[in-house]
Design a binder for this molecule. Structure first.
Ligand code: IDP
Ligand code: MG
Length: 140
């Protein structure tokens, strides 16, 4: 079974949408295998979004992602990576398909409700960013 990482972002936590988002993911066939609530430090958010360092929105993205708590979750299902991208919707909620998490709960291209890994390789890296090897093994 493939695994991917989601982050319930600070805007979703602030709006008390975490439960609804997790319920929607379970309904879509994802098993929640590991779950962690935390507040990212500036250094952690910078490291997580390192690939975007040169983008004009990087500093604002880091400020947003550290503005409140998040929930990180390891999700498993068949084709977990592409399936999460599908149920998550496009980066900009305004162009996300109807019924997707970002269409339902996102409020702007930045405050877009959740994160989803974009490839199996990045999913592995991102899962290990949040969860220890032992936590991921225990979750199987
Ligand atoms: P993704 O989350 O759909 O994979 P990425 O391009 O990887 O999108 O961007 C990472 C995050 O950076 C987005 O989820 C969003 O929060 C933020 N972001 C992306 N593009 C913009 C933008 O043009 N303006 C402001 N924030 C952005
Ligand atoms: Mg991305």
């Amino acid at each position: 079974m493939e695994r991917t990482l989601t982050i319930i972002k600070p805007d979703s936590m602030e709006a008390s949408n975490a439960g609804n988002i997790l319920a929607l993911l379970e309904k879509e066939g994802f098993e929640i295998q590991a779950l962690k609530r935390m507040r990212l430090s500036e250094a952690q958010a910078q490291r997580f979004y390192e690939v975007h360092r040169e983008r004009p929105f990087y500093d604002s993205l880091v400020a947003y992602m550290t503005s409140g708590p998040i929930i990180a979750a390891a999700l498993a299902r068949e084709d977990a990576v592409p399936q999460l991208r599908k149920v998550m919707g496009a980066t900009d909620p305004a162009s996300a398909d109807e019924g997707t998490i970002r269409a339902l709960y996102g409020s702007s291209i930045e405050r877009n409700a959740i994160h989803g890994s974009d490839s199996p390789e990045n999913a592995q890296k991102e899962l290990h960013f949040f969860f220890s090897r032992a936590e991921l093994i225990a979750a199987e």
